[in-house]
Design a protein around this ligand. Structure first.
Ligand code: KG4
Ligand code: ZN
Length: 303
């Protein structure tokens, strides 16, 4: 279904993007398309279109890692403005519906060194599953974010999952604990109205969000203690989260670490971040012949 939706929508999206940019296809000198990770059918649609255009127009194509697109999105400015200079070394925290990755980036060499990732659920996935079970619809992150601003995040202290002897994240224990709390209160997924919701459930959701934010920020703090973070970039769909943004900004302020928060419009999946990551890779000499660019369903950051 995803692949078919890509196929149906791609031509009109491309046309609209060119129109919005006031450009013609002839003005385009470099093409970037997501090459992975993800659903192979959907990837093939976009990448094949990119290949065809590059081939027909005789211009280069860069196959971009979706997560790398997120990683650099914290430096993008609003439409029409130049991106911020990228620090020569920075740490990146990419948190989305499919990933939680903490990496170090050596910008000059465009080298990405993995530090920690989730062993089970991604934070966005946890938000989505809890919201669904609470009858709050999809996606879960934005609605829980809004409800949590009215709640007490310290009312129900949830344990923050740890993987023994590792810096990796784990969110499935938290998700299960939260599901149990919902079940105990007879909440079964019947639709609830987020705007009028009140009482204990508001505090419960705020506490659930607090646990995710605490897990992420405390890991950043641990890494800072061992390898001094010079600058931190937050990215991915969950980077839109109000409490995560505020807590990380406060952490950076306290420790004298510049924290780059993405514009909200660049937090969820978007084409601008893929184009920019493609440009960065191209400038760094990623010159692969068009026919050799391959879609990859699995593609961990840094490989
Ligand atoms: O990066 P993204 O658009 O897609 C993936 O590559 O996964 O991220 C989507 C995820 C969803 O799970 C959604 O619930 C979450 O980002 N999300 C948020 C917020 N806005 C979106 N999570 C927490 N707080 C938000 N404000
Ligand atoms: Zn994404």
């Amino acid at each position: 279904m995803a692949a078919r939706a890509h196929l149906e929508n791609l031509p009109s999206v491309l046309e609209q993007a060119l129109e919005d940019a006031g450009a013609r296809l002839e003005d385009v000198g470099l093409l970037a398309a997501t090459a992975g990770p993800g659903l192979i059918g959907a990837l093939l649609v976009g990448l094949s279109a990119g290949k065809a255009l590059a081939w027909a127009r005789g211009i280069p194509l860069v196959g971009v890692n979706h997560l790398e697109g997120h990683l650099f999105s914290a430096f993008l400015r609003p439409k029409g403005e130049t991106p911020l200079p990228i620090p020569s070394r920075f740490h990146g925290l990419v948190v989305s519906g499919g990933h939680a990755e903490l990496v170090r980036v050596e910008t000059e060499r465009m080298e990405i060194i993995p530090i920690a990732r989730t062993r089970d659920d991604a934070p966005g996935e946890a938000f989505d599953k809890i919201a669904r079970r609470a009858g709050l619809g999809y996606p879960g992150g934005p609605v829980i974010d809004r409800i949590a601003t009215r709640g007490r995040g310290d009312r129900f202290p949830f344990p923050v999952g740890r993987v023994d002897g590792s810096r990796d994240f784990s969110f499935s224990g938290l998700k299960t604990a939260m599901l149990r709390e919902l079940q105990r209160r007879g909440i079964d997924g019947s639709p609830l109205d987020a705007e009028t919701l009140d009482g204990e459930l508001v505090d419960l959701l705020a506490s659930f969000q607090r646990a995710i934010v605490t897990a992420l920020v405390s890991r950043v703090n641990e890494v800072h203690a061992t390898e001094r973070i010079q600058a931190l970039a937050l990215a991915g769909g969950v980077a839109a989260n109000t409490e995560l943004r505020a807590t990380l900004a406060a952490w950076g302020h306290e420790h004298g670490v510049p924290v780059h928060l993405p514009e909200r419009s660049y937090t969820t999946d978007n084409a601008a971040m893929i184009a920019w990551a493609g440009l960065l890779r191209h400038r760094h000499g990623a010159g692969t012949p068009v026919e050799a660019v391959q879609a990859r369903s699995r593609w961990p950051l840094g490989s």
